[in-house]
Design a protein around this ligand. Structure first.
Ligand code: BES
Ligand code: ZN
Length: 789
């Protein structure tokens, strides 16, 4: 007999010889015992004759004796836990054609916030993205295997049970009710959802119903907006949104039943902050965008995850901007672009389209590259093609691939056809290679000379080459020129501008030229000294847009870290932002100041002066005492407030408080989902103690097992590594860390560990360079301080 079940091990994807058409699913959770049982009847189409049906299952007990296909009993059933597959073998080859596969199974309602899990307050919830539907029922758990779902739940009669589709009927038998749901349209397994919980508390917790109003309002308006934007209505008969007490990410776009962490859904007019309000709006708009981009049209494989996430992120800003134009939402979008540019300047970054070989690799790509770089390159493309043309093409893409799957190049093909522009060639340089360029700009007579080079934070230059759409303006936003930079170098002829500026009798210093207008391009610009001086004057003279002011300070900071520009010139530039009053611009200036002050141990002798300089620049509010903080934490009713307190705790300069905060993570008082607030806040003074804590945790089997078990299953594990290791700034430390992890490595944090070590080495080199700059730096700082006085 040809072949054995083991031949299916070690494969990235399931064989295509059979595919599901329809799942009849019956699930019965037992909340008291923390278990569930289920039965599935799957209509399967055998596409090519085969002896095996191969599907996914993990941490499930599949009852072998219950399995039938076309009423025949399999000759062998093997479950490979490592590969998360179930192989059902038959004596004789199964001919092509349809048949029903039935099976019964049981599993545990876990506390790991994935698969089918329990959450406080007598609630059980599913979270299936990326590859965890297989933990709830055996299935073809890949986005391209779309099927229809008909779900039936058996639950205690006093609980409310929700799923993607509306209820068709309910029957009662003793204390158990059986709830039947309508059949769904074609959809991927990762979008199936079930929530079972206590009545009246279902949609929000008691006393919080008012707090759902804002999200509901945004949802209703966004659905309307997307209906027009994508030229097709929302396809399901209902849409529920629900806050879940324990939730691994911010929100999940399950088809028809969107789940949220409480802070991302609930907003209280009185108690919540303005930034909470915006976060709620962005999150709702993001998840609802997925109902089209992701749910109706789904990525063919996780390599194209960025199509889902990058696009939903970008379009959420579009929707929120149209609902709340007064928020200047696109300026805030540059926070996303900045994160993308920062991560993608590491040699250990990855391309937007990334190979995925095992389910365990998928979680790691829900990162700033897929989301922020993804969203940013979409914004870049929209600005190149024009808003109207872009929308028309997107609508035809959505309609063309509705209920089906698409790859990145399918989107390019539609956009290219609609616009007649070289979309595929251009975009491929951005999505299939990691990194991005820095474009050097130099004024040479009547020509602006351009040269591109891959930008890396460590100061080296990579081999990358991009098709870069360079936009530029000359002394005014009305005078623009645009070119496609396809080779390493190019020139823009600017005679008309240089001529008019000098005829006005202005010195060349007063000419300002800004490239990458409003930062729509995903690249950095390094200006020659003359152009940089012109821009500094333009900032002081308030000639530049908010977005351009942010772009200049971010580029300048990154170039300084990469040692392509002196810290002295960065400090001079920062000083030009002294009169800035815009919150978003200031938040970028502040974060640059903070990073500089953290590197100030490079120059002990000027340390104080530099800090004073930055303080004068920012006049930050003082922070209050910390015992008081724990009390606030315990008494705070609002999750948003609690999270703020957690961050402040670990940002104390007092090592003992930092340690206390870290230990606090391991207690029941901090929810697993909230650990990153503490980790993200660790102070400079707390670095060593945090590292010592992580080491102890990782060699004390109990602690590390706990950390691994609790956080590996979500991408939260990366915070433990990144937040604790990245703040270090010496080669020795990088060495020590890598030595330590040599025998503690785990695939779930391998990449983030490499990225963190790379960051440490980049900081170390930057600090070396600042040290060598110190004589002239000290001089410049004194001079700037005098200017400020
Ligand atoms: N699909 C994701 C949720 C997700 C993330 C599932 C990682 C599995 C692994 C969802 O659409 C999402 O992107 N949520 C964001 C919020 C959004 C406003 C960026 C999140 O959870 O942070
Ligand atoms: Zn998303």
């Amino acid at each position: 007999m040809a072949g054995s079940p083991a031949q299916f091990r070690g494969q990235a994807r399931l064989p295509r010889s059979a595919a599901p058409l329809h799942y009849g699913l019956r699930l019965r959770p037992d909340l008291a015992a923390c278990t569930f049982s289920g039965a599935a009847a799957v209509d399967v189409a055998v596409r090519a004759p085969t002896r095996f049906l191969v599907l996914n299952a993990a941490e499930l007990d599949v009852d072998r004796a219950s399995i039938r296909f076309r009423d025949s009993v399999p000759s062998e059933v093997v479950q490979f836990e490592e590969d998360e597959i179930l192989v059902i073998g038959f004596d004789r080859e199964l001919p092509a054609g349809e048949g029903v596969l039935t099976m019964e199974f049981t599993g545990t309602l876990n506390d790991q916030m994935r698969g089918f899990y329990r959450s406080p307050r007598n609630m059980v919830v599913t979270q299936f993205e990326a590859a965890d539907a297989r933990r709830c029922f055996p299935c073809w758990d890949e986005p391209a295997f779309k099927a229809k779902f008909k779900i039936t739940l058996e639950v205690p009669s006093d609980l409310v049970a929700l799923s993607s589709m509306p209820v068709v009927k309910e029957t009662l038998s003793g204390s158990i009710k059986t709830v039947y749901y309508e059949e769904s349209p074609l959809m991927s397994t990762y979008l199936v959802a079930i929530v079972v919980g206590t009545k009246v508390r279902v949609y929000t917790q008691i006393g919080k119903t008012n707090q759902g109003k804002f999200a509901l309002d945004v949802a209703v308006k966004s659905l309307d907006l997307y209906k027009d934007y994508f030229a097709t209505p929302y396809r399901l008969p209902k849409l529920d949104m629900i806050a879940i007490p324990d939730f691994a990410t911010g929100a999940m776009e399950n088809y028809g039943l969107v789940t949220y962490r409480d802070t991302a859904l609930l907003y209280d007019e009185l108690l919540s902050s303005a930034s909470n309000k915006q976060q709620v709006a962005i999150t709702v708009a993001h998840e609802l965008a997925h109902q089209w981009f992701g749910n109706l049209v789904t990525m063919e494989w996780w390599t194209h995850l960025w199509l889902n996430e990058g696009f939903a992120s970008w379009v959420s800003y579009l929707a929120v901007d149209s609902l709340f134009p007064e928020w200047n939402n696109w300026t805030q979008f540059l926070d996303e672009t900045t994160s993308g540019l920062t991560l993608d300047a590491l040699a250990e970054s990855h391309s937007i389209e990334v190979e995925v070989n095992h389910a365990s690799e998928i979680d790691a790509i829900f990162d700033s590259i897929s989301y922020d770089k993804g969203a940013s390159v979409i914004r870049m493309l929209q600005s190149y093609l024009g808003a109207e043309r872009f929308q028309k093409a997107l609508a035809s893409y959505i309609n063309k691939y509705a209920y089906s799957n698409a790859k990145t190049e399918d989107l390019w093909a539609v956009l290219e056809e609609e616009s007649g522009k070289p979309v595929k060639d251009l975009m491929t340089t951005w999505t299939k290679q990691q990194g991005y360029p820095v474009n050097y700009a130099k004024l040479n007579g009547h020509e602006l000379e351009l040269e591109q080079e891959q930008f890396l934070s460590d100061g080296s230059s990579g081999p990358g080459m991009w098709i870069v759409r360079i936009t530029s303006c000359f002394g005014s936003y009305n005078e623009q020129k645009k070119v496609l930079l396809k080779d390493k170098t190019d020139k823009i002829h600017i005679k008309e501008f240089t001529a008019s500026q000098s005829s006005d009798g202005e010195k060349s210093q007063n000419i300002w030229i800004k490239l990458n207008i409003d930062q729509t391009g995903f690249y950095r610009v390094k200006y020659d000294d003359e152009l940089a001086a012109g821009l500094l004057n333009a900032i002081k003279a308030k000639k530049l847009s908010l977005m351009d002011k942010i772009g200049i300070v971010e580029d300048s900071y990154a170039l300084s870290v990469a040692r392509k520009q002196t810290l002295t010139s960065l400090l001079r530039l920062l000083n030009a932002y002294r009169d800035e009053s815009d919150y978003t611009v200031l938040s970028h200036v502040t974060s640059v100041c903070l990073s500089i002050s953290k590197s100030a141990d490079a120059t002990p002798q000027f340390n104080r002066d530099i800090k004073q300089l930055l303080i004068n620049l920012l006049l930050p509010a003082a922070i209050s005492g910390h015992d008081a903080l724990l009390k606030i934490y315990r008494e705070a009713a609002e999750p948003q407030e609690k999270s703020l307190v957690l961050g402040s705790l670990s940002s104390s300069p007092d090592k003992d408080i930092v340690l206390e905060a870290l230990n606090f993570i391991l207690t029941d008082e901090v929810r697993n989902q909230d650990s990153y607030y503490i980790l993200g806040g660790i102070s400079l003074e707390g670095r060593e103690v945090a590292w010592a804590w992580l080491k102890v945790a990782s060699i004390t089997p109990k602690n590390w097992d706990h950390v691994l078990k609790t956080w590996t299953t979500s991408e939260l594990i990366s915070d433990f590594i990144d937040s604790i290791i990245s703040p270090f700034t010496s080669e020795e430390k990088a060495f020590e860390v890598s030595e330590f992890f040599a025998d503690h490595i785990n695939p779930s944090f391998e990449r983030v560990l490499k990225q963190s070590l790379e960051r440490v080495r980049i900081s170390a080199r930057w600090i070396e360079t600042i040290r060598s700059e110190s004589p002239s730096l000290g001089h410049a700082v004194q001079e700037l301080l005098q200017n400020q006085a």
